[in-house]
Design a protein around this ligand. Structure first.
Ligand SMILES: [Zn+2]
Ligand SMILES: [Zn+2]
Length: 130
């Protein structure tokens, strides 16, 4: 991963799993995938996920309690990333749009609201499933 040269082995394994599966996985599903690699404790996976999330290489899908590999790390202009989640096939599509960021920023400033994090998750049917 040229974007993140400083990954630990566990972080690399976790990120590699998410990239390979190309869909949302829970921490326990990731652990299951990595048992052959010597990972046994959920904490090892959680630590790696925390770091990867912090680096924005991985995103947490709150409503699924699952994780996906970031699909366009380089293009994260704003902090706000939105996800469209297909309820039929489970496909998660990530997008970010500066206009979203702007609107949310304007609202929070207007209401003197201090945002800690923003979660935008749209559930429905993807183009292939509808
Ligand atoms: Zn992303
Ligand atoms: Zn679908």
């Amino acid at each position: 991963m040229s974007a993140a040269p400083d990954l630990t082995r566990n972080q690399e394994l976790v990120l590699g799993t998410l990239l390979r599966v190309d869909g949302p996985l829970s921490a326990y599903q990731i652990l299951d995938e990595l048992r052959g690699e010597g990972l046994r404790a959920p904490l090892q996976v959680y630590r790696a996920l925390d770091k990867l999330t912090e680096m924005k290489l991985v995103h947490r899908i709150e409503t699924l309690n699952a994780f996906v590999a970031c699909s366009h790390h380089a293009e994260h202009a704003g902090e706000t990333v939105a996800f469209a989640i297909c309820e039929a096939c489970g496909k998660v599509t990530e997008f970010s749009d500066p206009a979203l960021q702007k609107q949310i920023g304007a609202w929070t400033r207007r209401h003197d609201f201090l945002p800690a994090r923003t979660t935008l998750e749209i559930k429905g049917l993807c183009a292939a499933c509808r």
